[in-house]
Every structure is written in C-alpha cells, then in structure tokens.
Design a protein around this ligand. Structure first.
Ligand code: GDP
Ligand code: MG
Length: 297
C-alpha cells in the first residue's frame, strides 16, 4: 500500500433527472453512465473509478431512491439503499433549479439513520439565480443533516474539481483497489445494453414509456479483423410498442442501431457490426426471471 494513499467508495443518490449520471461523467471524464432527459435510465449500479496519484475514488451511480411501483422499482430502491451503508461518503444530488420535491423528501427520510457522511450537491446552478439557489439550500438544510454543501453545475463543470477535493477529504487511507486504466467494472455487455436503451429512449420520446429492456445476446470479435459483432434484443411490453420501435420501413430501429453503434465504437475503440431484434414480453418489469435475464438481479 502506498503511503498516505486514500481510497474509498462514494454513492451518488438523488431523485431521477437531477443530474447524477452527468455528474459522474463530469468527474470521470468518460461517457459511461447513461444520460437522458427522461427519469430512471440508470438501472444497474454502474461502478466507475477515478484514479489519481494520491487517491482513488470509486463511484456507484445508484438508481434514484423513489417509491417503488413494481418489482423493478423495488429492486432499484433496495440496491440504492443498501449501498449507502457500505460506502465512505454519500453525494445527495439535488436540482436547485427545480427545487425541493416530494422525491427529495422521500430520500431525506431514508437518510435519517445513516452514519455515512452525506454531502449535499446543489446541481444545475447554471439554471438558477443565486437568490433561488440560496433559498433552495436553506430549505434542504432545514430538512436534513449534511456534512457539507457544495454548489455545482455538472453540465458546464462549475466546481467539479472542488467537489472532487471535498470528497477526498472524507476518504480513509487505503489501497488502490483498481488498476490505473480501469474506468468501470461493469461488464461491457451491460454498458452496451444500456447504451442501446439510452438511444431508444432518446429517439422514441414519449411514445414508448419505460417498458423497454435490452439484452445483448452475442458479442464476438471477427477473427483477424478489427470488428466486433453485436447481437441485441430490445424487449417491449406491447405489440403497438414494437411497431413504434421498428418505425416506418424500419427507420427508427435503424437509427437506434446507428447511434448506439457510434457510441460503442468510441467506447471500445473498435468497429462494430450490430444487429437488433425486437420482442414483445408483456409486463416484463414484473417478471422476476426476465429481470434476471436483463441483469437486474
Ligand atoms: P440522473 O437521472 O440524475 O442520472 O440525471 P441525468 O444525468 O441523466 O441528467 C438529466 C438531465 O439533466 C439531462 O438532460 C442533463 O443534461 C441535465 N443536467 C444534468 N446536470 C445539469 C446541470 O448542471 N445543468 C443543467 N442545465 N442541466 C443538467
Ligand atoms: Mg442516471
């Protein structure tokens, strides 16, 4: 173990859409977490690693804690909550432009008996006046106990280095858990599935709600070539959704595939050949074995 080296685990929590994934990407500097303007796109715990000469921070981008509506929702709440006890610091991210919402109160309630230090991260300061930010922070600090408060913009990088320093101050001395060049411990398959899902959500707007799951069936390098074959299945809940995902003359599906392919190629540094299928699985979000198949164990 290096002398004076610090390391630890940091959970990022907050209700959907406050900017948790954007924040993690801003700190890590790579596109790993899934960003969307629709809530709850980060379904798996994506673990990201930030390695510096003097410290290593390991981030868990948890799905927002929120009142569960189905099995998938319950699973997400459980993972989010149990991870809070294991970590060295919690970043509670809030959207100061939107202000305190019912979702924030629900989270604050679940933070009550926690011994882990909680840093209140006031995000999206670029979208609110200073007076508004002050007012919202007063409201938040009146409702909960925080070890620190910091104002940031994950989108344009304001105060991100300061936040990093602040987090480090809560880390114990410890080993470098992961090698220097490691950014995430999620299997590539999970990240690829999430990227495809992200593109689908982006392109489908509100036409198909969140009932979309993606499974990567095959990932294989073509021998002797700089080319990766990816076969993936998109699951949706209704026949009518399937038609929308395919689009007129297959246009939508093609676009989803193309956009996902570009991101995957950037991420993996290789050419990708992708085939996408669509299957209807009614009510898959309440089906335990289906959740398992898609990696939500
Ligand atoms: P998550 O659900 O908490 O992970 O939220 P995301 O990271 O997916 O972000 C949700 C939306 O908020 C996206 O459209 C982001 O671009 C946007 N966003 C995130 N951080 C900021 C910020 O600091 N300022 C502004 N204006 N928008 C942000
Ligand atoms: Mg997210």
């Amino acid at each position: 173990m290096k002398e004076n080296y610090r390391s630890g685990f940091v959970a990022i929590i907050g209700r959907p859409n406050v900017g948790k994934s954007t924040l993690m990407n801003a700190m890590i500097g790579e596109k790993i977490a899934i960003i969307s303007d629709k809530p709850q796109t980060t379904r798996n715990r994506i673990q990201c690693v930030l390695t510096r000469p003097d410290y290593q921070l390991i981030f868990l981008d948890t799905s927002g804690i929120h009142k569960p509506k189905n099995k998938l929702g319950e699973y997400m709440v459980q993972t989010a909550r149990s991870s809070l006890e294991e970590v060295d610091a919690v970043l509670f991210v809030v959207d100061v432009a939107e202000g305190v919402g019912a979702g924030d109160k629900f989270i604050l309630e679940s933070l009550k008996d926690l011994d882990t230090p909680v840093i209140l991260v006031a995000n999206k300061v670029d979208r609110a006046s200073k007076a508004k930010v002050d007012e919202e922070l007063d409201a938040f600090t009146a409702m909960g106990r925080f070890s620190d408060v910091i104002r940031v913009s994950a989108l344009n990088g304001t105060n991100i280095p300061e936040l990093e320093k602040l987090i480090v101050s809560y880390m114990p001395e410890g080993p470098q858990y992961y090698p220097d060049d490691m950014i995430t411990d999620q299997p590539e398959r999970v990240i690829i599935a999430e990227l495809i899902r992200e593109k689908a959500l982006e392109l489908l707007k509100d036409e198909v709600p969140h009932g979309i799951g993606v499974e990567v069936m095959k990932m294989e390098e073509r021998s002797g070539k700089d080319l990766l074959d990816i076969h993936a299945t998109i699951y949706c809940e209704k026949k009518s959704h399937k038609a929308i995902v395919i689009g007129k003359g297959g246009k939508m599906l093609k676009e989803i595939g193309q956009r996902a392919r570009q991101d995957i190629e950037k991420l993996l540094g290789t050419h990708v050949y992708m085939e996408l299928w669509i299957k209807v699985k009614e009510d898959w979000r309440n089906n335990s074995s289906m959740l398992k198949t898609l990696g939500y164990e």
